[in-house]
Design a protein around this ligand. Structure first.
Ligand code: KG4
Ligand code: ZN
Length: 368
């Protein structure tokens, strides 16, 4: 039998990503979920957008269109597989930049139609949650699950009592945690996206040197980071010429990191006390932050909960996490998918006119 593959396509922001997942047998029969990944490619556009200080949606969408065909070719050649092996195609439907999502979803639709295989449209945030399965330790993610998704666009504490059911415990009222890192980094003169650079700079600094406010300290259901950015901007303006002196840069970076990490850790612990999850997953681009990882890990140990966090390359946007989610959806509906897409659908309940969703909260109803 030809090997059965799931192709996943992720284009919600500025990374074009493609992965191939082995779905010929259940994910749980692998020693760890990452062993099912046969190809995992990312074409990053960071350099293209750096000159603008942020992602330019129109440029990002065009670039996805330019690189997708060659990236798919590389996924096949690097894994020794071909289009004939594909049994299903997963694609990110939202949330994200509309034009970017449309490119990936249209590409996936056309391929699914021409190969006669089902399309599995997926929520990007749900993909970040399933990245928890891609931890190096092979730790099992168990329900009920609490997940902290911290990225450039999102800051969410999400509780799941059962498969694909989500309740939002806390969300940001304004900026995302990654945005707070990036905006503070920009005020320190670091190039976009400055989160990782700010965090490196913070390593030699004193986190108690500058007292920076974090919003909504008393509200367990809200994060707020816009006040932090304003405070950093005011502080920077007090220095001569608005330039932070060399001797103070590391201290300021460490103080910013401390303020953001504190807010995330405090609210996560509140949620753990109220939700009593069996597993906790830390994911999204900011999950690559070492201080956040170690502070959470220290705080969770006494509670008897292990920190499950994917390695950095699966914390930031990637197609492998979307593929693992797609594989989980596929295996739950294996028999229905085996019958092939019913007339007038692209698979299960997916209508042919399905479109991208720029906004798509996880708790907005059934995920299609
Ligand atoms: O998940 P992601 O790749 O893209 C979005 O969906 O937003 O997250 C990117 C964000 C950026 O804001 C970036 O600065 C931040 O994650 N980030 C970090 C670190 N690595 C990435 N922030 C703080 N410390 C890091 N080590
Ligand atoms: Zn993301």
């Amino acid at each position: 039998m030809a090997e059965r593959l799931l192709l996943s396509i992720e284009t919600s922001c500025d990374e074009t990503a493609i992965a191939l997942i082995d779905i010929s047998r259940p994910l749980d029969s692998f020693d760890k979920a990452s062993s099912a990944i046969l190809a995992d490619l990312i074409a990053s556009q960071t350099d293209l957008h750096a000159a603008y200080g942020g992602v330019v949606p129109e440029i990002a969408a065009r670039e996805h269109l330019n690189v997708l065909p060659a990236l798919l070719g590389r996924a096949f050649s690097s894994s020794g597989r071909s289009a004939r092996d594909i049994a299903a195609i997963a694609a990110t439907r939202g949330p994200g930049l509309k034009g970017c999502l449309l490119v990936g979803l249209s590409f996936a639709k056309a391929l699914a139609r021409s190969l006669g295989v089902p399309l599995i449209p997926l929520n990007h945030l749900e993909g970040h949650i399933f990245a928890g399965e891609l931890n190096d330790e092979g730790a099992k993610v168990e329900l009920p699950l609490l997940t902290l998704v911290v990225s450039g666009g999102h800051t969410l504490l999400v509780s799941s009592a059962s498969f694909r059911e989500y309740r939002i415990i806390a969300r940001t009222r304004d900026d995302a945690a990654g945005e707070a890192f990036d905006k503070s980094a920009a005020l320190l003169g670091l190039p976009y996206p400055g989160g990782p650079a700010l965090s490196r700079l913070a390593e030699g600094g004193d986190p108690t040197r500058f007292r920076l406010p974090v919003g909504m300290p008393k509200d367990p259901s809200s994060f707020s980071f816009s006040g932090l950015k304003t405070a950093v901007s005011r502080l920077v303006a007090t220095f001569d010429g608005g330039r932070v002196p060399e001797d103070d840069r590391a201290d300021l970076a460490a103080s910013v990191e401390h303020a953001i990490v504190n807010a995330l850790v405090t609210k996560t612990l509140d949620a753990i006390r109220s939700e009593k999850p069996r597993s906790f997953v830390l994911t999204g681009g900011v999950a690559a932050n070492r201080t956040l990882r170690s502070r959470l890990s220290e705080a969770l140990t006494p509670l008897g909960i292990a920190l499950i966090a994917p390695p950095a390359r699966w914390c930031t946007d990637n197609a492998a996490m979307m593929g693992i989610l797609g594989a989980r959806v596929f295996e739950r509906n294996r028999d229905a998918y085996a019958r092939g897409p019913a007339d007038g659908t692209l698979g299960l309940d997916v209508p042919p006119d399905i479109s991208a969703l720029a906004r798509w909260p996880l708790d907005a109803g059934p995920l299609l």
